[in-house]
Design a protein around this ligand. Structure first.
Ligand code: HEM
Length: 147
């Protein structure tokens, strides 16, 4: 059970990253290019949001089934899995949730694109930083690996 969830969480990251990058790029193009906020934009943002929430569910299950909350955090590896990964990733998912919620406010299409570009962009930076930190704390893992 744990191994299946771990593979799902490991592979699902690519879905989250691809959708987030696409949503971010389209939001930047919409914001800077002064484009209307389309139904296509809205759907892409919602798909990115849903993919991040699914990843959160996989992650929470791994965290509690694998008892990562009780590992020794005096070493970098334990600290990473007990606190840093969950902390950075949940913060990133909160940013995605807020960005998507803000994109629904008001009628100004540029403000809607801007909200997605800023919040999703920050979330992407955090997620990349967390995955890079993972490869530093545990050199057996790689940025583009799947386990
Ligand atoms: C966008 C959000 C997230 C991304 C992109 C992400 C990404 C990853 C990656 C790349 C790994 C390493 C998998 C491997 O070595 O193949 C991993 C492992 C793990 N993640 Fe996440 N994660 C996210 C959110 C979360 C959250 C919110 C939690 C906890 C609540 C969590 C808990 C874990 C745990 C416990 C592992 C270790 C699994 C193991 O090696 O046994 N993740 N995650």
């Amino acid at each position: 059970m744990y191994e299946i969830l771990k593979s799902a969480h490991s592979g699902w990251r690519y879905i989250v990253l691809v959708l987030l990058v696409l949503a971010f790029v389209r939001a930047m193009a919409g914001w800077l290019g002064k484009q209307p906020y389309t139904e296509g934009n809205r759907k892409l943002n919602v798909f990115a949001l849903i993919s991040a929430h699914i990843q959160l569910v996989f992650g929470l299950l791994l965290y509690f089934i694998g008892s990562w909350f009780s590992v020794d955090s005096s070493q970098a590896l334990g600290r990473y899995w007990k606190m840093e990964h969950i902390g950075m990733m949940i913060f990133a998912i909160v940013l995605i949730t807020v960005g998507n919620a803000r994109s629904k406010r008001g009628d100004d299409p540029l403000a809607r694109h801007r909200a997605v570009a800023l919040y999703f962009g920050l979330a992407l930076v955090l997620i990349f930083a967390a995955i890079i930190a993972m490869t530093k704390a545990d050199p057996s893992r790689t940025f583009f690996g799947v386990s």
